[in-house]
Design a protein around this ligand. Structure first.
Ligand SMILES: CC(C)(COP(=O)(O)OP(=O)(O)OC[C@H]1O[C@@H](n2cnc3c(N)ncnc32)[C@H](O)[C@@H]1OP(=O)(O)O)[C@@H](O)C(=O)NCCC(=O)NCCS
Length: 163
């Protein structure tokens, strides 16, 4: 894929990034169905940038234009809770760059990871499947009765070879 935004670099977030990530979170979902329910508060992002696995993509001015968040669950697996690319940067390979960092961290930790996605989000689905989220479970009415969801799981590299 051709990347039109080569000046964006990707790294693990620090506490300094939380306000920028929270701001991105407020704009990215505006076009999505149910978008008003999706953004999280600044306190949450402050905690996640320090204590969870948060990856950010920053342009040459240091502006956060892409971010993802995965956090550990009680059963030791990770939940990939947010993946977002600024509307101006979508479709240019930014999602893939976020996943490059995510996957190397998951493999370093040796953990499974799961996510949920709308069955109609073809761009996101293509990305997730390409990065190994291949075990799928369809859940009808996941949020509200009309809102179905796919649960996708990527098994850790170690588990993949033994199961
Ligand atoms: C979903 C999202 C994170 C993907 O990031 P992105 O940077 O736009 O995606 P990429 O450019 O890395 O492309 C990912 C794949 O989708 C494909 N793709 C790009 N535009 C597409 C489109 N309009 N329809 C279908 N597939 C598309 C790409 O070709 C690529 O696949 P490939 O590498 O096999 O060619 C981003 O679009 C986004 O933030 N969307 C709004 C928020 C959202 O829906 N997040 C996911 C919630 S579960």
């Amino acid at each position: 894929m051709t990347s039109l935004c080569l000046d964006v670099f990707f790294e693990k977030a620090t506490p300094h990034d939380f306000l920028s990530v929270a701001a991105l979170d407020r704009v990215v979902w505006q076009a999505s169905a149910g978008g008003k329910y999706i953004p999280d508060g600044e306190h949450t992002w402050r905690i996640w940038c320090e204590h969870a696995l948060t990856v950010v993509g920053k342009d040459s001015q240091g502006k956060v234009v892409a971010a993802l968040l995965a956090f550990p669950c009680a059963n030791q697996s990770y939940c990939l809770h947010k993946v977002m690319v600024a509307p101006s940067h979508q479709g240019q390979g930014m999602g893939a760059k976020l996943f490059d960092v995510l996957i190397s961290e998951l493999d370093r930790l040796g953990v499974d990871c799961f996510l949920t996605v709308s069955p109609s989000n073809t761009r996101a689905l293509k990305l997730y499947r390409r990065y190994g989220f291949t075990k799928e479970n369809f859940v009808q009415g996941f949020y509200r009765p009309e809102e179905d969801r796919l649960i996708l799981i990527r098994q850790s590299v170690e588990m993949t070879t033994t199961r």
